[in-house]
Design a binder for this molecule. Structure first.
Ligand code: IYR
Length: 230
């Protein structure tokens, strides 16, 4: 069996994915679910420093996500500079104030009551890192020309899922924050015109006394439908 082969002039490499016995796969899938199910969104962060290498690895893991035509249409901006964090907090709170005082519908505000969120966003300054994820609807080549990307929202969403999982694996907490509108992020971070903010993710350790809403996750039967033949 050759390690590589050419198909229509393109190089393919042999791939041997890990494979387990049924029992072992059952055990692994159960253990992985049990562990992933311990992840919670956290809004109360500690200012305890976090090694940048952990963030770098989490972003490597995120960037291994599948993407349309393997374009990897994302940029992860890692902000630890306290002046930038303060600027981001001020701009986010300005938008969030407007959202909580008129832009969000009464139904939306009611849906958020169990989470007890409001327009104050101190975590934007307290968390040691803000990972600002940008999506690239097209790539800008060095000569200024544009190259299209595909399924950009799906791709960047997948990468963010990988990122949250990687951070959880490293024992870090995160918050998927979506101040709205969030175009201020491109301005503050001086991003190029092809990048649009996708998510703002504060990352760090949870504060010492952290409480999270008592949520119930949907049962399998509520989220999955099996179509089984014979
Ligand atoms: N972006 C606001 C409001 C908010 C909206 C949803 I949907 C949430 O799940 C949580 C909050 C905020 O971050 O407070």
């Amino acid at each position: 069996m050759p390690e590589t082969k050419l198909i229509d002039g393109f190089e393919f490499i042999r791939y041997q994915p890990a494979s387990f016995s049924n029992d072992e796969a059952r055990h692994r899938s159960d253990a992985f679910y049990q562990w992933l199910n311990t992840r919670r969104t956290v809004r109360d962060f500690s200012d305890q420093p976090v090694d940048r290498k952990i963030i770098e690895n989490a972003i490597r893991a995120a960037s291994s996500a599948p993407s349309g035509a393997h374009k990897q249409p994302w940029t992860f901006c890692v902000v630890s500079d306290s002046r930038l964090k303060q600027q981001i907090r001020v701009a986010a709170e300005k938008e969030e104030y407007e959202s909580y005082h008129g832009r969000m519908t009464p139904e939306w505000l009611e849906d958020l009551r169990p989470l007890q969120t409001d327009w104050h966003k101190p975590f934007l300054e307290i968390a040691p890192y803000l990972i600002v994820v940008f999506k690239k609807s097209y790539d800008l080549l060095p000569d200024g020309s544009k190259k299209n990307n595909y399924y950009v929202n799906e791709s960047v969403g997948l990468a963010c899922g990988f990122l949250l999982t990687a951070l959880h694996h490293a024992g870090l907490c995160a918050l998927t924050h979506t101040p709205s509108p969030m175009n201020f992020l491109g301005k503050i971070l001086n991003r190029p015109e092809n990048e649009r903010p996708f998510l703002l993710i504060p990352v760090g350790h949870a504060a010492e006394q952290t409480y999270v809403p008592k949520l119930k996750r949907k049962q399998l039967e509520e989220v999955a439908v099996f179509y089984e033949g014979n």
